[in-house]
Design a binder for this molecule. Structure first.
Ligand SMILES: Nc1ncnc2c1ncn2[C@@H]1O[C@H](COP(=O)(O)OP(=O)(O)OP(=O)(O)O)[C@@H](O)[C@H]1O
Length: 261
């Protein structure tokens, strides 16, 4: 089953004006069910635009996007995906539990069921003890975990994340990466994840999609086959090989892609 299919996508902002930007050109991308795919590339190469096209927050100028076999718009209306951005985007006046409940409220899920689901998601991200707290009482890392719990609350098949750990310190970031993988595995969620960090992309992903700017294109798709991730993965030879491969791809050096890294 294909989670996301992007075919021949082109995205032009301000078409025909003197500030026209070709943000994406000739973009094809397939994310299979259960896959974790990262988008990496220089600033302005169109990573966020590609994610927003998948989420139907913006429309392609040409080409097509399907999510779970449906046009992106239908998938959005059916809430086929959850979304999390760099800023956790929590509502300060709602408790942690009620923040996680929000997408369930929008879906008109009954109160009792909402509460159960929110508590289940908070347990998954290790925040059961903080359900009655307000966002301002939590650290940045904890807030981001709430945002992930909220994105997963509707049990989406697909999670779209735009630098969700970008504002966090390295230790918190690494811990959340491991937690995210565990949660995605447990819930069998496919993920498209935008990042600027090569080690983060390699640690998390089955596929690292490398993009270049002006116009934004996919220049490389690098499979990362490191098996189940543990903290030891970050010190393994395979990890360093994959990091080097992505770094070379980002520099525009041709890479020999093999299945064993
Ligand atoms: N709404 C918009 N109107 C006009 N231009 C836009 C709009 N959104 C994005 N762009 C332009 O499209 C290009 C791609 O932007 P995008 O935000 O997708 O890049 P990015 O790779 O996510 O960048 P970064 O890594 O800095 O977040 C940039 O040149 C940007 O200025």
């Amino acid at each position: 089953m294909t989670a996301v299919s992007v075919q021949g996508v082109r995205k032009v902002f301000n078409a025909g004006r003197n500030d026209e930007v070709v943000a994406l050109s000739d973009v094809d991308l397939t994310v299979e069910s259960g896959q974790f795919v990262s988008l990496i590339g220089p600033s302005g190469c169109g990573k966020s635009t590609l994610l927003r096209l998948i989420a139907d927050l913006t429309a392609p100028t040409a080409g097509s996007v399907t999510v779970a076999g449906k046009p992106a718009r239908r998938a959005r209306l059916d809430q086929e995906y959850g979304i999390a951005f760099q800023q956790a985007g929590l509502f300060d006046w709602r408790t942690v539990r009620r923040n996680v409940e929000l997408p369930l409220e929008l879906r008109k899920i009954p109160r009792q069921r909402r509460r159960e689901r929110a508590d289940e998601m908070l347990a998954l991200v290790g925040l059961s003890d903080f359900a009655a707290h307000y966002p301002a009482q939590l650290s940045g890392g904890m807030q981001q975990r709430v945002a992930i719990a909220r994105a997963l609350a509707v049990h989406p098949k697909l999670l779209l994340m735009d630098e969700p750990f970008g504002a966090l310190d390295e230790m918190t970031r690494e811990r959340l990466q491991a937690e995210l993988l565990a949660v995605c595995a447990k819930t069998e969620t496919s993920t498209v994840f935008v990042t600027h960090s090569i080690p983060e992309a390699v640690f998390l992903s089955d596929l690292v999609v490398v993009m270049s700017a002006r116009p934004g294109r996919i220049t490389d798709v690098i499979p990362v086959d490191l098996g189940p991730r543990t903290e030891a993965t970050r010190q393994s030879a395979g990890f360093f090989t994959a990091v080097t491969k992505v770094r070379k791809a980002l520099r525009g050096t041709p890479t020999a892609v093999t299945a064993d890294t």
